[in-house]
Ligand binder design. Structure first.
Ligand SMILES: Cc1ncc(COP(=O)(O)O)c(C=O)c1O
Length: 447
């Protein structure tokens, strides 16, 4: 088991605890002064402070936040790790700002989250897209040679950006991609928002361990951390210098101490019982998936995603109404249940029993069958660049009125927030069919 540094004492937690016990008169932000309007949140308000004396400052950290972030880096075995109280979204903005500073051409696998697209708009970063060779826009599979060909075609320094795991739990071949990147002196960036646990699985599947240069992990998605808590990992410590300043360029000047405290607790937990808890969850998930695959098509390789090919909308409704279970994501093609080491064996047993036995009702079998989305053969015509389109004056149309128009800002719902049409793309019959399939009823088009 990884040992914590001797001086890692959960200093952020201690500081907050001491501060709230000291009954200091709070003549600083936030305005609630530690008092909650809602009794159930009393503890949270008491601990919610700002950058006061001794509390350090996230983007200029040189005290308790610095040493705690160094512990996170050590647990993840990275060159450096930065905390984000603005989710992976902030980490993506910072990674891309670094690529902009290095003047690299951005080659991105098409199955991106809208946070990537928005960052490119903010940074005026043009993108060359790589299309999946199979799967869908939400869960696509790629041919490594497509990345290599794309790198061969650019003469300037480049970087590759991929999402792994994707929303369905599909992992990309990060080790293979990193070998290609080394060959062409390109950087590899991974959106590992769904994979903060991956460094602690039986086989370390973390992007940094597999050769990525930068990656973001939403600790809050699969680990016990508060919503908004994320890590930005850097492989080489020499690359860390500018990242902090990129983080502060986009992050709020008031990052939540509650979130940061939860990132510290999460780090502490990972260094102790967390590793074993993750491995146990991996084992429970494996057994659960094995049993479920007798009856369902279980897809995706990441242990924390339980994705089955069914009509997820119908399934989600039944789980909600009859079993008090709420899923992560559902559409007509699949149901995604997001697991975590905080689930118990009993939870897994209950879930397996419901999916195997209770839902085995012949009357509902037809309505539970997965549908196939219409295929999208490739890119439509790009009429203008992402930034021009996203920041243009736009209007909202129903899909049937939008054919031939140019997509403005991307307005896909989250989850899964993967854009069907990109800003600047001409809207085709094909993409509209896909929008209708996913029940998207409005699209922003350039005026
Ligand atoms: C693949 C992917 N990347 C990035 C993000 C953004 O992460 P966060 O919500 O932590 O900002 C999400 C959020 O759902 C996501 O699914």
């Amino acid at each position: 088991m990884q040992k914590l540094s001797q001086n890692f004492q959960k200093n952020v937690t201690s500081f907050l605890e001491n501060y709230q016990n000291s009954h200091v008169l709070r003549l600083h932000m936030p305005g609630h002064k530690g008092q909650a309007l809602i009794p159930s949140l009393a503890g949270a308000y008491a601990w919610d402070i700002t950058e006061i004396h001794g509390a350090d400052s996230l983007f200029e950290a040189d005290g308790i936040l610095k040493s705690a972030q160094q512990e996170t880096a050590r647990i993840y075995q990275t060159g450096a790790t930065f905390w984000s109280a603005g989710g992976s979204t902030l980490c993506i903005q910072a990674m891309l700002a670094q690529m902009k500073a290095e003047r690299r051409t951005m080659l991105a696998a098409r199955t991106v989250h809208r946070a990537f697209l928005n960052s490119c708009v903010l940074l005026d970063l043009p993108v060359r897209w790589i299309f999946p060779c199979s799967g869908s826009l939400i869960g696509g599979f790629y041919d490594l040679s497509d990345f290599e060909h794309a790198l061969q075609e650019v003469s300037e320094p480049a970087c590759i950006y991929v999402t792994s795991p994707d929303y369905l739990g599909n992992l990309q071949d990060i080790a293979g991609l990193s070998r290609i990147c080394r060959k062409y002196d390109a950087r590899l960036l991974v959106d590992n928002a769904h994979g903060a646990h991956s460094a602690f699985l039986r086989e370390n599947q973390h992007p940094i361990a597999n050769g990525a240069d930068f990656c973001c992990d939403s600790a809050h998605k699969t680990l016990p951390a508060l919503t908004g808590g994320a890590f930005l990992h850097v492989r080489n410590a020499e690359d860390a210098g500018k990242i902090q300043s990129h983080m502060q360029m986009f992050g709020s000047t008031s990052p939540s101490y509650l979130i940061m405290q939860s990132l510290e607790s999460c780090t502490h937990w990972l260094a102790g019982q967390g590793r074993e808890a993750i491995r146990q969850c991996e084992e429970f998930a494996k057994q659960c998936k094995k049993r479920l695959s007798e009856k369902y098509e279980v897809i995706g390789t990441d242990p924390m995603h339980l994705t089955i090919r069914v009509n997820g909308l119908e399934f989600a409704r039944i789980l909600r109404e009859n079993y008090q279970m709420e899923c992560e994501y559902a559409d007509k093609t699949c149901l995604v249940l997001l697991l975590s080491p905080m689930l118990t064996q009993q939870d897994f047993d209950q879930l397996t029993a419901v999916l195997l036995d209770d839902l085995d009702n012949p009357d509902s079998r037809e309505s539970l069958r997965a549908q196939n989305p219409p295929e999208l053969s490739g890119f439509a015509e790009f009429v203008c660049d992402l930034r021009t389109a996203a920041l243009s004056d736009w209007e909202i149309l129903a899909p049937e009125q939008a054919e031939g128009r140019i997509c403005a800002t991307v307005q896909v719902p989250c989850p899964p927030a993967v854009p069907i049409v990109l800003s600047g793309e001409r809207i085709t019959k094909e993409s509209l069919q896909l929008m209708r399939f996913y029940d998207l009823d409005r699209i922003a088009v350039m005026k």
